[in-house]
Every structure is written in C-alpha cells, then in structure tokens.
Design a protein around this ligand. Structure first.
Ligand code: HEC
Length: 136
C-alpha cells in the first residue's frame, strides 16, 4: 500500500515537472527569437521608423546592397542583389520565398549563404529596416 502511494507521488511530481519544462521552453522561445511564432507583421509606415531604418540600412547594408537597382540588375560596385522594390515583388530575389516582411525578418536573424545574420539588432531596429525597404 505504501509503495502504491509513493509510486503515485512520483508520477504526480514527474507530471508537474514536465509541465513546468514545457512552460520554461515556451518562455525561452518568446524571449530569444522575437517573432518565433511568425505572426503577421504590420509594416511600419510612420516617418520616424522609416528614417531610423534608413540610417541603419546605410550603416549596415549598403556595403553589399543598393536600393537603386532591383535584382537581377547588377552594379559593378555591389556584391549582392539590389533591393529596390523588394516588398513589391512576389518573391525574394535569392531564396525565392514570398517577399513578405516575415521572411525578411527571418532572413535578418540567420545568415544565408553570403548574407550575414543581423540577429544582434533588436526586433524594433529590424522592423525599422523593413519599414525603410518598403519605401524603395
Ligand atoms: C556582406 C555583404 C552583405 C551585407 C552587409 C548585407 N547583405 Fe543582404 N545579401 C547579401 C548577399 C550576397 C545576398 C544574396 C543571397 C546570399 O548570398 O545569401 C543577400 C540577400 C539579401 C536579401 C534577399 C534574401 C532572399 O531571401 O532572397 C535581403 C532581403 C537582404 N539581403 C537584406 C539585407 C539587409 C536589410 C542588410 C542590412 C541589415 C543586408 N542584407 C546586409 C549580402 C549582404
């Protein structure tokens, strides 16, 4: 009889512990990768976000990309696809994924071939860059 009670107690504790584990995992996910759930992003259109995004783009992206050309038109000075009209196209130039803010945000958080990762930027900064890209 005692053994049965001990067994039940172990089962209850184990159950509670695994529930706790699941919660902890969910919490981490939310914290580490921002839009991990990939909910639909509303592209920012206010001047403040766009101009902050432009500054970041000029600092971080223009050594490889420009916004005067659209892929695949090249420029001898650029090393990566021109991003003009990026969000007006159906597909992203290289990965051929749908040209959505969600896919650009994912791209910025992990490197892809020669495109470096910009995971060190806050989601706020990344969304401002996307706001700027939406205007070119
Ligand atoms: C060191 C050069 C380099 C820098 C800096 C860089 N990129 Fe790229 N990027 C590339 C290359 C090269 C590609 C083409 C695909 C590949 O090689 O991954 C690319 C592809 C892309 C694509 C298309 C992805 C797709 O799925 O087709 C987007 C969007 C993009 N870059 C945005 C940016 C933004 C925004 C920045 C600045 C925050 C940036 N890149 C900075 C080199 C760079």
């Amino acid at each position: 009889m005692n053994k049965l009670i001990i067994l039940l107690a172990i089962l209850i504790i184990a159950g509670a512990a695994s529930l706790f584990d699941i919660r902890a995992e969910e919490g981490n996910k939310g914290m580490s990768s921002g839009n991990a759930g990939n909910e639909k992003i509303v592209i920012r259109t206010d001047e403040n976000s766009i101009s902050k995004g432009k500054v970041l783009f000029e600092q971080l992206c223009t050594k490889c990309h420009n916004t005067e050309n659209s892929y695949p038109k090249g420029d001898v000075n650029i090393r990566a696809p021109g991003l003009k009209g990026l969000l007006k196209e159906d597909l992203l130039p290289y990965s051929k994924k749908p040209a959505t803010a969600e896919n650009i945000l994912n791209q910025l958080n992990k490197s892809f071939d020669k495109m470096p990762s910009f995971h060190f930027l806050s989601e706020d900064e990344q969304l401002n860059i996307i706001a700027f890209l939406n205007t070119v």
